[in-house]
Design a protein around this ligand. Structure first.
Ligand code: FPP
Length: 230
């Protein structure tokens, strides 16, 4: 969800106002995504690298997140959303960790959109942690090295149980992946828009999905067309 700072600065506002506006877009996209047939939505809210931002910005983002969990999650529950979080959650303030755990538990029997928030997330760190988990199983004697396959790694990531993404949307024109779901996006379609995240509303979301539908996905094979959902 890139471009919050630039969006604010272009309007003569403090960067944090961009994060506030970005938070509103999060709510909107989660609300409308199921209407477009989307069942899984993963939002990169805060990277492990983001801790290096100025202290006041980090504190603001934590406050925003805390308020979001207090105010918006109830609404997400009413919309049948399954709340999920990935990342090195133990880096977060304890109060926020507790709120996240509470809402994951509250939402576990919902059946609608799975909204996964990445907090203090780093894909490389996720892969390193997965390797550690696998190594421990080998040490315990419950896993043979020869039995380790792609599925073993997939099942050891934070995203275990979630399908790999079909589409990755990057806002604010950045042409890089920035340490996001590196393993999981091997065959994901990429969509880059010049719009900053606070400008990324329903119209832009629909445009991204329509663009995706025109793609021919091959997964390394000869060709296959996508089912039409729009
Ligand atoms: C990147 O924009 C955005 C972030 C580091 C924070 C993302 C947070 C939100 C969208 C709002 C909070 C989310 C929740 C769940 C309440 P940037 O600051 O790097 O912008 P720039 O690239 O223009 O500098």
């Amino acid at each position: 969800m890139d471009g919050n700072g630039r969006w604010a600065q272009a309007r003569g506002l403090a960067r944090v106002r961009g994060h506030e506006a970005g938070g509103e877009r999060v709510e909107e996209i989660i609300r409308i995504a199921p209407q477009y047939g989307v069942r899984y939505l993963t939002l990169y809210a805060f990277s492990k690298e983001n801790w290096q931002r100025p202290q006041h910005e980090v504190s603001f983002l934590m406050e925003l997140l805390s308020g979001y969990l207090d105010q918006k999650l109830k609404k997400m529950m009413q919309n049948n959303v399954i709340f999920n979080a990935i990342g090195n959650l133990s880096d977060l303030p304890e109060t926020i960790q507790k709120k996240i755990a509470y809402w994951i538990e509250e939402a576990k029997n919902n059946t609608g959109l799975t909204a996964t928030f990445a907090f203090s997330y780093s894909s490389r760190f996720e892969i390193v942690e997965a390797c550690r988990r696998i190594a421990r199983r080998v040490r315990q004697g419950t896993l043979e090295p020869e039995a380790i396959c792609e599925q073993t790694l997939s099942e050891s990531l934070y995203t275990a149980g979630l399908p790999d993404p079909d589409l990755l949307i990057r806002t604010s024109g950045e042409m890089r992946i920035s340490n996001f779901l590196l393993w999981q996006i091997s065959y994901t379609e990429l969509y880059v828009t010049e719009k900053c995240w606070p400008e990324f509303g329903e119209e832009e979301f629909a445009k991204a999905l329509q663009d995706y539908q025109r793609r021919e996905r091959r997964f390394g094979r000869s060709g296959e067309t996508l089912p039409q959902v729009l």
